[in-house]
Write a protein that binds this ligand. Structure first.
Ligand SMILES: Nc1ncnc2c1ncn2[C@@H]1O[C@H](COP(=O)(O)OP(=O)(O)OP(=O)(O)O)[C@@H](O)[C@H]1O
Ligand SMILES: [Mg+2]
Ligand SMILES: [Mg+2]
Length: 523
């Protein structure tokens, strides 16, 4: 790639020991598991993931933490200026994702990481990260239907893009896939003489009693893939003997691996956050009761398969909550608590009082996704576990997909011009699922509405027509709210007025929405 040449990185690239990860779902999580395992083995790691939730520096991790602002700015401008100096009309500046990819190579080379763990941005064959000529090992996570407008609308076509990261004779691993996808992967591996192994999901018994921070059954696939990738990386770089004297069998993980797997942590993926704002004046109550009236369950699922995974995780987390509510104390990791406010993970949830609970959905998705598939998937999967959302809120995200930085997090003063037609569309789909019939349009055709009208009364969340049943009118179980900061404030106000009810808010449909909510909860 020409930009790499300009920056003089081509040769150094070859000395990076890279784990390259493609897939539809679980790429980021797999990379983070690899990072945690390798760090436990004493390896200096660099990780490049996408997208970010709050700050672009999340995409560049060195030794388990985001790159510092100073370093980021230094490397950013160094690359930018050099490229800009050489840019011509024929050779313009690289597009955003390509630039960030090049920047990650620059950072990892300069910071002399031992292992560079690189997540594909989109697809594989044509992705900017596919300039990697000789990775140490490649991984393909679970495949499913996403980005069909770019990758093609069959699983085979999608798999073909993903397997495009394979390099001649470089070992690769994947998880069980549908035959249509697996055939393509096997074929490609054969062509390139790639030794390919299929990794079975991890069995919790292998964890010697330790739990995952990144919970959910789907993470067992990502974790198993990460185990294979990390082991192969250690073997191929001559580090294996240092870590593990014994022979390694799949059923018997080295302690370093178990510790890494259990501590790996990734914002916005099966993450539980107790809202602390209610207790900011009174920290004692906070620690005793963990702000338990308003709990956010955040997961950036946005494809049909991941929505199913998310629904299962949420349902299990609620069950876990019930079971744990009498026993455990909410442990807040010191680092997380100072940076991100109180964090809870499923295994650590607590509550000291029995309260009545209500499940609320806070949802948005990009208009390239299909909510007619995503929303029923979520509702049906939760219903299988007896979980029913009493209300759904549809709110636009603040940040835009292509933006590097997130949008402003203050409540906008003028909401009248916001186009909410997509959110009303989501609401119509929701009400159809709940009532089995079309709803009559609530508002005039262009949906440009006045903000005050858009905030439901607090009672909306609490009246007895919960569990999806109709109350005083036909369509009471959802609302469109024009701004996310307004929604969070409204939820907090609701909870202050009704301290005996616990709201369990599932935030999903978009990583951007999840990032925006996390950002608002931090303040
Ligand atoms: N193995 C899996 N199977 C199904 N869904 C998964 C799996 N792993 C993760 N998910 C879902 O996908 C969401 C995103 O996870 P993650 O960031 O690890 O994936 P990704 O492939 O990097 O996603 P993106 O396309 O946003 O970059 C999770 O919040 C979860 O809902
Ligand atoms: Mg994706
Ligand atoms: Mg990702």
């Amino acid at each position: 790639m020409i930009s790499l040449q300009i920056l003089g990185l081509e040769e150094d690239m070859n000395s990076l020991n890279i784990i390259h990860v493609a897939g539809t779902k679980g790429k980021g999580s797999t990379c983070i598991f690899c990072e945690a395992i390798l760090r436990e083995c004493g390896i200096r790691t660099g990780v490049f993931t996408s997208p970010h939730l709050i700050d672009v520096r999340e995409r560049f991790r060195i030794d388990g933490i985001n790159i510092s602002e100073d370093k980021f700015l230094q490397y950013f401008w160094d690359c930018w200026n050099q490229l800009e100096e050489k840019a011509t009309e024929q050779l313009p500046m690289p597009p955003l994702f390509m630039f960030l990819t090049i920047l990650s190579f620059k950072i990892f080379i300069s910071e002399q990481v031992d292992a560079a763990i690189i997540e594909v941005g989109l697809g594989g064959t044509e992705d900017s990260t596919n300039v990697i000529k000789e990775p140490t090992v490649c991984g393909i996570t679970s495949l499913g239907m996403d980005h069909t407008e770019i990758l093609g609308d069959t699983l085979g076509q999608i798999a073909s893009h993903k397997a495009g990261i394979f390099k001649p004779k470089v070992p690769a691993f994947t998880v069980p896939q549908l035959p249509e996808a697996m055939d393509v992967i096997l074929e490609r591996a054969k062509e390139l003489m790639v030794p390919l192994e299929v990794t079975e999901p991890l069995d919790c018994k292998q964890m010697k009693g330790l739990k995952f921070c990144l919970s959910g059954d789907h993470q067992l696939y990502n974790a198993a893939l990460a185990v294979s990738l990390s082991r192969c990386w250690l073997q191929r770089t001559g580090n294996w003997e240092k870590v593990c004297q014994n022979d390694f069998q799949d059923s018997n993980l080295p302690d370093e691996f178990i510790r890494g797997l259990s501590t790996a942590n990734f914002s916005g993926r099966s993450q539980i956050v107790c809202d602390s704002s209610l207790y900011s004046d009174c920290p004692e109550i906070m620690s005793e009761n963990c702000g338990g009236e308003l709990i956010f369950y955040l997961d950036g699922a946005h494809s049909p398969e991941s929505m199913e995974a998310c629904a299962k995780w949420f349902s299990n987390a609620l069950k876990g909550y019930k079971n744990a509510s009498q026993t455990s104390i909410g442990v807040v990791n010191a680092e997380e608590s100072s940076e991100n406010g109180p964090f809870l993970h499923e295994s650590k949830t607590l509550g000291t009082f029995e309260k009545s609970c209500r499940q609320i959905l806070l949802f948005n998705c990009l208009d390239v996704r299909n909510p007619k598939i995503l929303l029923p998937q979520l509702v049906n999967e939760c219903a299988l576990s007896g979980i029913h959302f009493s209300r759904a809120l549809f709110v636009p995200s603040m940040s835009k997909y292509t933006k590097v930085t997130s949008g402003a997090s203050v409540i906008p003063s003028d909401l009248s011009g916001i186009d909410l037609s997509w959110q009303f569309n989501l609401q119509r789909i929701w009400e159809k699922i709940m009532h089995g019939k079309e709803m009559t349009p609530l508002l005039d055709k262009d949906f440009k509405i006045e903000s005050k009208l858009m905030l439901p009364p607090h009672e909306f969340l609490y009246d007895n027509a919960s569990k999806g049943g109709p109350s005083h009118n036909d369509f009471p179980c959802s609302a469109v709210i024009p701004s996310l900061p307004l929604t969070i404030k409204w939820l907090r106000d609701c909870v202050k007025e009704h301290p005996s009810t616990r709201l369990q808010v599932l935030v999903t449909g978009s990583l951007h929405l999840v990032g925006d909510v996390l950002k608002l909860l931090k303040r």
